[in-house]
Ligand binder design. Sequence first.
Ligand code: DX5
Ligand code: ZN
Length: 227
Amino acid sequence: MSSFRIAPSLLSANFACLGQEVETVIAAGADLIHFDVMDNHYVPNLTVGPLVCEAIKPHCGQTPIDVHLMVEPVDALAAQFAKAGAGLITFHPEASAHIDRTLSLIRDHGCRAGLVFNPTTPLHYLDYVMDKLDMVLLMSVNPGFGGQSFIPSTLGKLRQVRARLDAYYQETGRQIWLEVDGGVKIDNIAEIAAAGADTFVAGSAIFNTPDYAATIAAMRAQLATIA
Ligand code: DX5
Ligand code: ZN
């Protein structure tokens, strides 16, 4: 059970009282705070920058901020988010001209680093950078908006990445987290975990319910059925 992490996405939170939302969802059992950064260039939506990350940081306690960069280019903003208090920073490989350099830059700033794969992004981007990865994030929707439906082909992709990460663990003893983002709900989280995910982003499924603790507890109860 403890090997599963729930990462509520603030995209569906009430932005008029974000600090309170962060505190409430952490008290409700969040393991990470997922922070979606969209630039109206890499994705067709515009959200929040490092200023807002810095503003919520004092409300997060020991809970890491999981910054998901949907921006192009990546490097300058990655550095700014590290300084603004991010714990993990993930980016889309197509959005960086020099993926190895960007991963190193994130780690050199003291953050854990990860790559994000859109539903049709091939997995070959993993080939030469496993030693620089702390997390792999598979998108189960096309990035840009909350509240979309889970794309079922993600399950097969999760199994493929799980096999690669398990083989890497056998070789090196190093664990890389496998996160999934988009359309995760109480009624599909067990199936997604069975396919290999260990970290679950959920935006609308948590923030559109009145009792975040009850929703997160229901998700953990589902996860316990396969643990
Ligand atoms: C979409 C974002 C997601 C989004 C998920 O581009 O990366 O993190 O908030 O929202 P739900 O959980 O509602 O699908
Ligand atoms: Zn996200």
